[in-house]
Design a protein around this ligand. Structure first.
Ligand SMILES: Nc1ncnc2c1ncn2[C@@H]1O[C@H](COP(=O)(O)OP(=O)(O)O)[C@@H](O)[C@H]1O
Ligand SMILES: [Mg+2]
Length: 433
């Protein structure tokens, strides 16, 4: 164990069994540590397993493999030194603000009078003086989250875990709260020794953390780490912060290296995953990118700002453009390729033609659908075998999603057709039976 480690995770894995009974690996081989004095941000796309990892550390669920320890002791159930703040606030609606805050102290067996004093001091620190007797529903979202934070901090935790604690709040409120917590931390008004923040907001991570850890999806593994050496308080608009935001954007949009490509893999699996983006969103992003002020090249954070598209929608569209050879993604920038430029100028028919051609050359599931259909005398096949093929490496829900996308893309590019009534795929010129 490291000298000053608060938390240490070694080779942690976790699977969940989905509704159809198929286990899905959510986390695999996760090694992580949080040292004394550190704020670490854990970033990753939605579904990459961030909350699962935090719940393992909080002792709410156990890993299937590997170990999680706090100050050198294995975590079995909630540890007294670790407190968590939830995105949903998770307050008890029938308890007053003060009673909600006192909960953790009650669990420690502190007598009532002492509890009240402590809770009130914490409410003061979180700027909630005078609201102790209120019910959560009487408060705004920002104030409810202040209660959530007060409840976590009242036990003087060593480690504070925050799971998207600001994402249910409007931007201003979230930023204010974030800055207040940083103030408490920097001025040592709270005895907390380490903070782990789960987020999908890159700027939030760069503004808060000493170190950013990026979780890749399917299964969640730690993909990269970046140290943030900037002094605090940090200025969101400063050049240093913008450069780091760009760098992290770049790392997050990088396609995951499929497991096994580093060592010589005996059987190289085809990656059937497809970015979750429909044709109209993909073309929408391409058109925006082609036009002024971008003129074919943009910095992803700016593209996200200008388009108002949340990352969860922008990233997959950019990934799709990359996959189809219409754009290059690197270092947080996206630039149209010459073919992408042509695409932007093309009329509808030419767009469909380019799309279809790129689809068949770059997307394995599309080319295998097309090839198998061409081998059939009838020119049609049920979708089931394709779903089964994809399910092997994606799991059923993701395979369904990917097949739906492959079908939408394929119909647009006139690579194949799909009959919604029969669930059969067919060659485009095939007559309806
Ligand atoms: N209790 C559970 N049962 C089944 N599946 C789960 C459970 N918790 C999480 N998952 C699945 O695990 C994956 C990762 O979830 P989560 O850790 O919440 O991701 P994130 O917080 O990064 O968005 C998701 O596909 C989610 O559906
Ligand atoms: Mg989550």
């Amino acid at each position: 164990m490291k000298e000053n480690a608060l938390l240490e995770l070694k080779d942690v894995a976790k699977s969940f069994t989905s509704a159809d009974g198929v286990p899905r690996l959510v986390l695999e081989g996760v090694d992580f540590s949080l040292a004394e004095g550190e704020i670490v941000s854990l970033l990753g796309k939605s579904g990459s397993g961030k909350s699962t990892l935090l719940r393992i550390i909080a002792g709410l669920i156990a890993p299937d493999a590997g170990t999680a320890s706090y100050r050198g002791r294995a975590i079995h159930g909630p540890a007294p030194g670790i407190a968590m703040v939830f995105q949903s606030f998770a307050l008890f609606p029938w308890l007053t603000v003060r009673q909600n805050v006192e909960l953790g102290l009650e669990a420690q067996g502190m007598p009532e009078a002492a509890r009240q004093v402590r809770a009130d001091a914490m409410l003061d620190l979180m700027r909630l003086s005078g609201f102790g007797g209120a019910l959560p529903r009487e408060l705004s979202g920002g104030m409810r989250q202040r209660v959530g934070i007060a409840r976590a901090l009242v036990t003087n935790p060593d480690v504070l875990l925050m799971d998207e604690a600001f994402s249910a709040l409007d931007v201003m409120t979230g930023e204010t709260l974030r800055d207040e917590i940083l103030d408490l931390w920097v001025s040592k008004q709270i005895p907390t020794k380490g903070i782990l923040i789960v987020s999908h907001n890159i700027e939030e991570a760069v503004m808060m953390a000493d170190r950013i850890v990026i979780l890749a999806s399917d299964p969640g593994r730690i993909r990269s780490e970046i140290s943030i050496g900037l002094p605090r308080p940090r200025i969101a608009e400063s050049h240093e912060v913008r450069v780091l935001v760009d760098e992290v954007y770049g790392l997050m949009t990088m396609r995951a290296v499929p497991a096994g490509t580093v060592e010589a893999a005996p059987v190289r699996q085809i990656d059937y995953r497809l970015p979750h983006a429909g044709v109209s969103r993909i073309e929408g992003v391409l058109d925006l990118l082609a036009d002024a002020p971008f003129n074919g090249r943009a910095d992803l954070p700016r593209l996200s700002e200008e388009t108002g598209l949340p990352d969860a929608e922008l990233f997959p569209a950019c990934e799709a453009l990359g996959l189809l050879g219409l754009a290059h993604l690197e270092q947080g920038d996206i630039g149209l390729t010459p073919l992408g430029q042509r695409y932007a100028q093309a009329d509808h028919a030419l767009r469909q033609e380019i799309f279809g051609q790129q689809l068949l050359t770059h997307v394995p599931i599309a080319s295998s659908i097309r090839a198998r259909l061409e081998n059939e005398a009838s020119g049609t096949l049920p979708q089931q075998p394709f779903l089964a093929l994809m399910e092997e490496n994606l799991g059923l829900p993701e395979a369904r999603r990917a097949l739906e996308i492959a079908i939408e893309w394929g119909r647009y590019g006139e690579a194949y057709e799909y009959d919604f009534h029969t669930g059969r795929l067919k060659l485009p010129d095939q007559e309806e039976e």
